[in-house]
Design a binder for this molecule. Structure first.
Ligand SMILES: O=C(O)c1ccccc1NCC(=O)[C@H](O)[C@H](O)COP(=O)(O)O
Length: 207
């Protein structure tokens, strides 16, 4: 099995960034969506990733944000990858000349097929749970059996934790996994041991 990439999302503290990097996370996610309890500003994210090493991808996450604010955020913090969690069109997503992921809140296999057609230039689709009125970070898993064979890279998200991620990787072989709530002590406050356990579970599956 090829290496499954790991994204730790919703980082708000420097100590948690350091743990994620030290444990081998491949990507660090920062929620630039003010209503989220994990929200950080671009200025805060810039400080959090100032010392992160090369070859660890930094991801800025938006929900129906204005293009002007995204451009401003990118002048403040040069994120490697954008992640759109709202109703953003492909035209909107690609205007920033940055690689992007489009998050899809899955209710059916058709949701996924439609997104594959609609976002052909996305670096990956991030398949997440659908929860009414919550764009992401729900802590809820969706029915992984809905996921069809996909020809493009895709990220599994939604309710993952150290207890279920090995099953998830074995069942659906995602390109990457994404976790927020499953490695937290409380919203936005990551738990060192949960991060270690989560990453260890993924790495053990690959052996
Ligand atoms: O994490 C949030 O608070 C959040 C808020 C609004 C939109 C997206 C959000 N998170 C995006 C992510 O990539 C999460 O890691 C993903 O939804 C999985 O979250 P969880 O189910 O808590 O692992």
């Amino acid at each position: 099995m090829s290496k499954v990439r790991i994204k730790i999302c919703g980082l708000t503290r420097n100590q948690d960034v350091q743990v994620a990097v030290a444990e081998g996370a491949d990507a660090l996610g920062f929620v630039l969506y003010a209503p989220s309890p994990r929200a950080v500003t671009a200025e805060q994210a810039a400080l959090l990733i100032k010392d992160s090493p090369a070859f660890v991808t930094t991801v800025a996450l938006f929900v129906n944000e204005s293009a002007e604010e995204i451009v401003r955020a990118l002048t403040v913090c040069s994120f490697d990858l954008l992640q759109f969690h709202g109703d953003e069109t492909p035209q909107f997503c690609r205007q920033f000349n940055r690689p992007y992921m489009k998050a899809i809140r899955v209710r059916s296999a058709e949701d996924i097929h439609r997104a594959v057609q609609q976002y052909p230039d996305a670096k990956a689709l991030l398949l997440d749970a659908y929860v009414e009125n919550l764009p992401g970070g729900t802590g809820q898993a969706f029915d992984w059996r809905l996921i069809p064979e996909l020809s493009i890279p895709w990220v599994l998200a939604g309710g993952l934790n150290a207890n279920n991620v090995a099953d998830a990787v074995n069942q659906v072989q995602p390109f990457a996994v994404d976790v927020s709530g499953g490695v937290e002590a409380s919203k936005g406050i990551k738990d060192r041991q949960k991060i270690k356990d989560f990453i260890s579970e993924v790495r053990n599956v690959e052996r």
